[in-house]
Design a binder for this molecule. Structure first.
Ligand SMILES: *Cc1c(COP(=O)(O)O)cnc(C)c1O
Length: 361
């Protein structure tokens, strides 16, 4: 079986060492020493001034929306994981979908201004598959119209934009450390900002709004994470460079093997140091994709239709015209890619894709 992804597992003894410490301290959660250490080490590793470790990427989005006091209409992308849209709806606001660029798969900045109304409070954009958005263009629009910007950077561990960690951009960037991501803490996520006041606000929000034992600074939620999750993060961080390097060589190997394939690949932003987190391919038709998918599954290979469906087609959102997302979402799939995937397995994946493609010609 070749799964789409496999969570990275460190050696059990390394994790056990941290767990022994937790047993000794009997401090399991509530901003414990391992959570603090993880935040410190991640800030050093990523070279960012501020971050807060939270329970998951979705709560990071919700906390970011609250902390920036967003309201009304929020411009967002139809081509992302559902949490980007559902967290806007969960907070009670209206997602306004702006179509993507068909090459980068990110929100097309050239279409944003036409979607701005007096109700618009922000732009929430996803750096799709780890490929940064046109951050400069989005920043210019936000400044001109006085809008906040949140980046869903859940795919971006290790990605840089103009030589800086991509998490530094926007009013707030959020990420996910879910087990399926390149770097993970089992469950987990983070919020990043360059603004210390905003950080403080989010720190209150993460912990029910507590300001001392019996005072509340604001409306909060339980967005904390535990010592056990932080322990996994600390162990895995030792392997982060190795994981990133491996991903790059695997990605380049796939690209080489796939040269005879009639497909489109994502265009990576020229300002990016890309993390090679995913290997999405866009096929000429959904029909061909379905045939490939079925044949792969028949051979024990599990690709993933990611992202599908386009979020502007969800039954609980208003209807928008997003031609590019509508066209790409049904034809895109991510090939299996994880730290443990061998070259042999990659060959097998590609052989199967080419067999289906060539039979159909
Ligand atoms: C994984 C992911 C999320 C959600 O993160 P969780 O930690 O699973 O809550 C949000 N947005 C994108 C783009 C993701 O890939």
């Amino acid at each position: 079986m070749i799964p789409i992804t496999k969570p990275f597992m460190p050696r059990l003894e390394e994790y056990e060492n941290y767990v022994r410490g937790i047993w000794q301290r009997q401090w399991l959660t509530n901003n414990g020493p391992l959570v603090n250490e993880l935040e410190l080490r991640l800030k050093q590793y990523l070279k960012v001034p501020h971050m807060l470790y939270v329970s998951n990427g979705t709560s990071a989005l919700q906390i970011a929306i609250r902390a920036l006091k967003l309201k009304g209409e929020i411009i967002t992308t139809p081509f992302s994981f559902i949490a980007t849209t559902s967290s806007i709806l969960w907070e009670g606001w209206k997602p306004v979908f702006v179509d993507i660029d068909p090459n980068t798969f990110n929100i097309d900045p050239a279409l944003i201004e036409a979607a701005i109304t007096p109700e618009t409070s922000a732009i929430i954009a996803t750096h799709v598959f780890g490929n940064p958005c046109d951050i400069d263009a989005i920043q210019a629009i936000a400044q001109k119209h006085n809008l906040k910007v949140i980046y869903d950077a859940s795919h971006c561990f290790g990605t840089k934009y103009k030589d800086k960690c991509v998490f530094q951009y926007g009013d707030i960037s959020v990420t996910s450390f879910h087990a399926t991501k390149l770097y993970h803490t089992i469950e987990g996520g983070a919020v990043f900002t360059m603004n210390a006041d905003l950080l403080k606000e989010m720190a209150y929000m993460r912990n029910f709004g507590f300001n001392g034992p019996d005072d509340f600074a604001c409306i909060g939620i339980n967005g904390k994470n535990s010592e056990f999750h932080a322990a996994m993060g600390l162990v895995n961080l030792k392997y982060a460079d190795e994981l990133l390097q491996k991903r790059k060589s695997q990605f380049l190997h796939y690209a080489e093997l796939l040269q005879g394939m009639n497909m489109q690949m994502q265009t990576i932003d020229k300002n990016a140091d890309y993390n090679y987190a995913y290997f999405p391919i866009v096929l000429p038709s959904e029909d061909l994709l379905k045939k490939m998918e079925a044949y792969m599954i028949g051979n024990g290979i599990h690709p993933r239709r990611y992202f599908y469906p386009s979020l502007h087609t969800l039954r609980f959102v208003e209807k928008y015209e997003c031609t590019n997302s509508q066209s790409i979402a049904p034809r895109v799939m991510c090939l299996p890619l994880h730290h443990d995937l061998s070259e042999e397995e990659m060959h097998m994946v590609v052989r199967i894709l080419l067999r289906v493609q060539n039979n159909l010609r």
